[in-house]
Write a protein of this length. Structure first.
Length: 515
């Protein structure tokens, strides 16, 4: 008897060629539904429509097609159970050998501009996940394929095994399928949970995180720590979709730093901007009229720490900037694009990892940290600060130029590990005090790094000042403007000191701790 396949796919990539080989080379019969059946029939492939196979018409405008005992009985039947075989015979059901299903494009739909709730709801697949889960559950007796990239591997398995793929292959496909359906349901849950403007809980009561192995990394933070890169979703996004033009394999630490770099550079969209990072902390950020000048200023902010750093640019890498970057050792460079001339220059540094990721703005909406017995989830700190909502708390008011500098400094401080102090001048960092146990220590480090550049500079603090000592230290070094969230019981002490010393101080009302 011929083998039986059920094919029902939304993504029809490669499906005609795949089905043709199943029929021609491996003696399959095909049952199919809706648009898939038409696509195969138009290509001259013999297909039995689901409605003809089940004897039941498609109803509710196609909402119900495959939810039928002849379909699910054929999927779930165990070949080694006499009782199951009897049920099949009594109900005139043939067992399926292959289930090929992928789902309605729910995520792509909700990502469209101005998508309606009704349109999103109609793109929640019901029959597809039901068939996939049933087939994945019964992988010991059939094969389920939910990813078009598996088609060729399945054909090779048939060729090698004489008609039945190995148990290992079937189990791998089942795992991939359960991962897909879990992510699909999670996307639906997240979308529906975000429809109400106000919610009892800002995050769902149930939170799942699944992924498929993309790459086994050489090691984690240290050589004795195994590490693996997992991709969420079947379709690559984010760093999984980035185009690596050259360089060695990405490491665990590279990827952690690159994501930090993406978040930082995403803050700056108005001018050509470059950020140089080391261990997720920026050692130099600069915005200038030319990308080349921005890189030079960011590098000059802390040229010692920039050695072996990660560079992120918010514009396409040009030849002049590429030439400047090759003058020192760097681990990775990431940008939305790269000119042909710049590529030729960077190729001279063959070990330098150069990545192109056109969409620097799109990233995760939640941050996950593992703790003993569970994990913590928080929304990403992607709030867009509105300077019009900030409060100038000193008698002295900022000029337009000073306010623009304070905006720049505040964006930079948001991405420095707490306690964080950032000093800037002329839209470039000149001193960074990161990750200190007390804020005075962070101020001291930033001032020492900046040296004489502090005259007329701006200081940004990610948290409030519990005492006025940091304000007085800054003024003594020549700082003229300070931006901080405020919120301390002793805010008045800092404000009084700022007034006494002729400083401008803004309180934003928003804290940006980064632990």
């Amino acid at each position: 008897m011929k083998q039986l396949a059920l094919i029902s796919v939304s993504d029809k990539t490669g499906i005609v060629e795949f089905a043709q080989q199943l029929v021609t080379n491996f003696n399959f019969e095909i049952v199919s539904s809706g648009g898939t059946a038409k696509t195969l029939q138009d290509a001259g492939i013999s297909v039995t429509k689901v409605s003809d196979y089940t004897g039941s018409p498609e109803i509710l405008e196609g909402r119900v097609k495959t939810l039928h005992p002849r379909i699910h009985g054929g999927i779930l039947a165990r070949r080694d159970r006499a009782e199951d075989q009897t049920d099949l015979e009594n109900n005139d059901i043939r067992p399926f050998d292959l289930i090929v299903v992928n789902l309605y494009p729910f995520v792509a739909t909700i990502n469209k501009p101005d998508v309606t709730v009704a349109e999103a709801i109609e793109n929640i697949d019901i029959g597809g996940p039901a068939m996939l889960r049933a087939a994945a559950k019964n992988y010991q007796h059939l094969t389920v394929i939910s990813n078009p990239q598996r088609y060729q591997a399945y054909l090779e398995e048939l060729e090698a095994s004489g008609g039945k793929p190995s148990l290992t292959f079937r189990q791998t496909c089942a795992l991939e399928t359960f991962t897909l359906t879990a992510e699909y349901d999670q996307a639906i849950s997240a979308y529906l949970g975000g429809l109400t403007e106000e919610s009892v809980a800002p995050l769902p009561q149930e939170f799942s995180l699944t992924g498929t192995q993309r790459q086994v990394l050489r090691y984690g933070e240290n050589p004795h720590q195994p590490a693996t890169w997992y991709q969420t979703g079947v379709t690559p996004t984010g760093w999984a979709k980035a185009n690596q033009l050259q360089g060695k394999e990405l490491s665990y630490n590279n990827l952690v730093d690159l994501e930090a770099a993406r978040r930082i550079i995403n803050e700056f969209t108005d001018q050509p901007t470059v950020a140089i990072l080391k261990h997720t902390n920026p050692c130099g950020i600069a915005s200038k009229s030319q990308l080349f000048e921005a890189y030079k200023s960011a590098f000059a902010a802390d040229s010692v720490s920039a050695f072996g750093g990660i560079v992120a640019l918010n514009q396409a890498i040009d030849e002049a900037t590429a030439m400047e970057m090759t003058q020192t050792f760097l681990e990775c460079v990431v940008a939305p694009d790269c000119t042909p001339e710049a590529k030729k220059v960077l190729e001279k540094k063959s070990n330098l990892r150069v990545l192109i990721i056109p969409d620097l703005q799109t990233g995760p909406k939640e941050m996950v940290k593992v703790i003993a017995g569970g994990f913590l989830v928080q929304a990403m700190d992607d709030v867009v600060d509105d300077p019009q909502q900030w409060e100038v708390v000193t008698e002295k008011q900022p000029s337009a130029e000073q306010l623009a500098e304070m905006v720049f400094a505040w964006k930079a401080a948001k991405h420095v590990k707490s306690n964080a102090i950032v000093l800037t001048r002329d839209r470039a960092t000149i001193g960074v005090g990161a990750g200190q146990m007390n804020r005075v220590g962070a101020v001291e480090i930033a001032l020492k790094q900046a040296g004489e550049k502090t005259q007329g500079a701006t200081l940004a603090s990610d948290g409030f000042f519990p005492f006025d000592d940091s304000v007085r230290m800054a003024a003594e070094a020549g700082i003229k403007t300070i931006i901080q969230p405020g919120g301390s019981r002793r805010d008045e002490d800092s404000i009084k000191a700022a007034n006494e010393l002729g400083l401008v101080m803004i309180c934003t009302g928003t804290r940006h701790f980064l632990h």
